[in-house]
Design a protein around this ligand. Structure first.
Ligand code: ZN
Length: 346
């Protein structure tokens, strides 16, 4: 049986809720996905993300939308992997098997990551026919979307279920393809654009507009002895991943450098307002926050323009991105170029 609570600490540090470009691979033990042959297709090597669904429900709920999201990335790359598009990234489901039905016909069966999986407890029995490094895709009943970042090699951690993609429904129904495309950005190795260390020149982050801020603030003020100043708590909820996480604050998703602040996450291509990894202004906001809709200063994140003295002279809403941007595609091609580079290389 496996469960999240069994993960050692170094993997926990990769388990983000949603966890130009913000580079989640530079300076970490994570790498791009390994290279290998794409069986039955040709003799070329590719960087292959092998995936399985944790159970039948996940496949039924998510397979169509996942393929739409992969298509969004393919469009951004300029087509399938090869010399023309300049990338070598393939997502491939773990091969299934065929069984003979009682009526004498052959039936194709999917290979799931688990032979038994309980979505409520998230416990299950890993399918021994599936390698331990595949990406396990799960339908999340609570509506949560999250993923691990990049690939964790065997020599860093060799346990089952270390690469995860969890997708739940959105308020309007089935999770949208562009949201899955954002999560795939994490799977490929990207962090949030607004977690770049240079982000304060481009966007303004207002933790007090994030849903749950007041509750997290109160938890910290009640818990810490001697009682800290409210200003100190605000600063830590804004800048300190461990602290924010400790007090259950969703603002962890905005903290510069994510939980590894020392890592060089700012890709030299520069800040990209069009990145699918940049949250729209209203994301994470207090529910029914009409104030955010009319005034970007009331949103968790807004686009800013500064004058030559560094003063903010304009704030605008950041729109929802429906496709990966050209710089998103360029970043992926850096780690997954054609022809592919060696596994574990950067
Ligand atoms: Zn994310």
């Amino acid at each position: 049986m496996v469960g999240l609570e069994t993960f050692p600490a170094n993997l926990e540090s990769n388990l983000d809720v949603q966890t130009g470009a913000a580079d989640g691979l530079a300076g970490t033990k994570r790498t791009q996905w390994p290279r290998g042959k794409y069986e039955g297709d040709d003799n070329n090597e590719y960087h292959i993300i092998r995936y399985c669904y944790v159970n039948q429900e996940a496949a039924e709920k998510l397979d169509c939308k996942l393929k739409e999201a992969i298509q969004l990335w393919h469009n951004a790359f300029g087509g399938r992997p090869g010399a023309a598009s300049g990338h070598s990234l393939v997502m491939k489901e773990v091969p299934g098997w065929t069984r003979l039905a009682p009526d004498g016909t052959f039936v194709d069966e999917r290979e799931y990551c688990f032979t038994a999986f309980n979505p409520g407890t998230r416990n299950g029995i890993w399918n021994s026919r599936v390698k331990n490094d595949v990406l396990a895709i799960e339908y999340d009943h609570s509506g949560r979307k999250s993923s691990t970042t990049g690939y964790t090699p065997e020599n860093v951690l060799s346990i089952n279920w270390r690469h995860q993609l969890r997708l739940g429904d959105s308020a309007g129904g089935v999770v949208a393809a562009h949201i899955i495309a954002h999560e795939l950005g994490h799977v490929f190795g990207m962090l949030h654009e607004h977690q770049r260390k240079d982000r304060d020149n481009y966007v303004e982050y207002m933790p007090s507009n994030v849903n749950g801020f007041v509750a997290a603030m109160n938890r910290a003020l009640t818990d810490i002895v001697p009682k800290p100043s409210p200003g100190d708590v605000v600063q830590k909820l804004r800048d300190d991943w461990e602290f924010a996480n400790n007090y259950g604050f969703l603002g962890t998703q905005y903290i510069k450098g994510d939980k590894e602040p020392g890592n060089p996450i700012d890709d030299p291509s520069g800040f990209d307002y069009d990145s699918i990894m940049l949250y729209p202004s209203s994301f994470g906001s207090i529910p029914n926050n009409n104030a955010c809709a009319s005034d970007p200063r009331r949103c968790p994140l807004s686009k800013i323009t500064k004058d030559k003295n560094g003063n903010v002279v304009k704030r605008e809403h950041i729109r929802t991105k429906l496709t990966p941007s050209p710089k998103d595609a360029a970043f992926i091609k850096k780690y997954y170029p054609w022809p592919p580079i060696g596994a574990g290389q950067k």
